[in-house]
Write a protein that binds this ligand. Structure first.
Ligand SMILES: Nc1ncnc2c1ncn2[C@@H]1O[C@H](COP(=O)(O)OP(=O)(O)O)[C@@H](O)[C@H]1O
Ligand SMILES: [Mg+2]
Length: 278
């Protein structure tokens, strides 16, 4: 076998490293996708922990959950995140509670559907509470962080929330592209977490990322059936099969030698969602 010319980064999950033929290629951005509760945050923390274990610097940019909650969740897993730097860019809880004024703002702007109005109004309200959060401002924050410390692993949780908070402007896409470019130039191995509700849309992070890992969760008879797929990995061979995984007290465990039962894949195919594409 030809020697791998890339510098590989272990994800901290041996089954996942097997699927990636040795790990992620260092210094590049990746997207980690999946529905809520599928294991994206857990995976990301394991990825950062692995870096810390190897003497690297690791940074977690928290947008979706307050750092206190993150620390608590991880403590439950029995991990110490003391050495991971957590950058809190989470807007205040106040924004989420202002439902009445949210609809009002939308109505004033006479946006078509109520759903759109709500989304639009929510973005507006979020901006009022957290006026500084945008891809551009995050890039500035990260530039400062990276000037002080040479982080080699960075996670942004999540890019979906970052976009939502930045409103629906055209330059959000430009901002995301610029952010990804900046991270690549900084030689950071970066994980961008996304819910990606619409699989047909070509989001800039999906286009620009050098790889994409998706976590799947399916409730069968009150039990969560979990599996993982690698949907893209530039510059490397990778496992193209869905592989079963579990979330245990030791974190995510991927069984790269096992196949996902056909019965599970069949149920997935019946579900009208992105998972039906497997
Ligand atoms: N200690 C644990 N033991 C078993 N399962 C856990 C444990 N901690 C978290 N989980 C599972 O992991 C899921 C959370 O995964 P998370 O990484 O937060 O998902 P996401 O970020 O994709 O929303 C929970 O829904 C729960 O089922
Ligand atoms: Mg999460």
């Amino acid at each position: 076998m030809a020697q791998d010319k890339h510098n590989r980064m272990s994800t901290g999950i041996s089954g996942m490293d097997d699927m990636l033929k040795g790990g992620l290629i260092a210094g590049r951005p990746y997207v980690v996708a999946g529905t809520t509760g599928s294991g994206k945050t857990t995976f990301s923390i394991q990825f950062l922990q692995q870096g810390v274990r190897q003497g690297e610097r690791a940074l977690f940019v928290s947008i979706d959950e307050p750092p206190s909650e993150l620390r608590e969740n991880v403590r439950f897993l029995g991990w110490d995140v003391g050495k991971i730097r957590i950058l809190d860019v989470h807007p205040t809880a106040k924004a989420y509670n202002r439902k009445d004024s949210l609809v009002e703002v939308g109505a004033q702007r006479s946006v078509g559907s109520l759903r759109e109005a709500r989304q639009d109004a929510r973005a507006e309200a979020m901006k009022q509470v957290s006026p500084d959060l945008s891809p551009q401002s995050l890039q500035m924050m990260l530039r400062q962080e990276l000037q002080e410390v040479r982080y080699s692993r960075v996670v942004i949780d999540s890019i979906t929330s970052l976009k939502r908070l930045s409103g629906g402007d055209d330059d959000v896409d430009m901002g995301i592209m610029s952010l990804l470019r900046f991270l690549s130039e900084s030689n950071v191995t970066c994980i961008l977490i996304t819910d990606m509700p619409d699989p047909t849309s070509m989001e800039p992070e999906t286009l620009m990322a050098r790889g994409m890992i998706r976590f799947h969760k399916l409730m069968v008879a009150s039990k969560a059936e979990r599996f993982v797929t690698i949907e893209k990995f530039r510059g490397s061979a990778h496992d193209t099969q869905p592989r079963p995984m579990n979330i245990t007290r030791n974190g995510i465990i991927v069984d790269s030698h096992k196949k996902v039962p056909k019965s599970i894949l069949k149920i997935m195919q019946a579900v009208p969602s992105w998972d039906a594409r497997i």
